[in-house]
Ligand binder design. Structure first.
Ligand SMILES: [Zn+2]
Length: 246
């Protein structure tokens, strides 16, 4: 009897080792654009609209200063922010809208929590998140998105492979501008103003009450003053790691 127990225990232990080996660690891919051939350099500004509202401080500054940006929108955000979408669509030369998922669920195909957000949890749920995000953009009259960025910007390697198979490139970043919109204005401005030729900046455009938004505007204007050019992801040659763009 005791031996049987020990045997069962061994089986349980090896099963546990097997399942933890299968849950590959999550990755947070980087993305860079091709540096400018000459001049002060160029950067890509990407702004996430996860849910919630619109930070009109940022939106107005982009329009007034003619700063192009790639906006990653969710289905949830599109539904609640028609006025902001209208402004973006009225300035197609500035704004490119891309896929941030239908419901802002991390593109991770095993059940877990990332920054407190529950992951999609299965391959089917990852596909549903990506496809419903694209469908929401289509309903808004947008051209088919080419880029995807999952909620939290973390992925399981198997989810990356699935998303690539659907035809999307995955948008990492090289500068975390606003720390998930939780940084202060000063630190946010400093991080963004420090962008170098070829960098891809991530920040948020959906938290109008956060101090970070003020810093986003300051940082962008500092880059513009330095003569930096802004490009959208569709207009740049973006290269990411972890098989996100190749
Ligand atoms: Zn988000």
């Amino acid at each position: 009897m005791r031996q049987l127990q020990r045997h069962l225990c061994m089986i349980a232990m090896s099963l546990a080792a097997l399942s933890s080996a299968q849950a590959a660690p999550l990755v947070e891919p980087t993305l860079h654009i091709k540096p400018a051939a000459s001049g002060a350099g160029r950067v890509a500004l990407t702004l996430d609209a996860c849910g919630g509202q619109t930070d009109t401080r940022i939106l107005s500054a982009l329009v007034e200063n003619k700063i192009p940006a790639t906006i990653f929108v969710t289905g949830i955000w599109l539904k609640r922010n028609a006025a902001a979408v209208e402004i973006m669509q009225a300035h197609r030369d500035l704004f490119e809208l891309e896929n941030h998922g239908g419901r802002h669920v991390p593109a991770v195909d095993t059940p877990q929590k990332i920054y407190g957000i529950r992951s999609a949890g299965s391959p089917d749920a990852v596909l549903a998140e990506v496809e419903s995000g694209a469908a929401a953009l289509a309903r808004t009259g947008e051209p088919a998105p080419k880029w995807f960025r999952g909620a939290t910007a973390e992925y399981s390697p198997s989810a990356i492979a699935m998303i690539r198979k659907l035809g999307f490139k995955i948008a990492g970043f090289s500068i975390n501008g606003d720390g998930g919109s939780l940084l202060g204005a000063k630190e946010t401005a400093k991080r963004i103003a420090a962008a170098k030729d070829g960098d891809v900046i991530i920040a948020h455009i959906n938290q109008p009450t956060h101090a970070a938004g003020e810093g986003v505007v300051k940082g962008l204007l500092a880059l513009k003053d330095k003569g930096m050019t802004f490009v959208r992801l569709d207009d740049a040659d973006g290269t990411g790691n972890h098989g996100t763009t190749d």
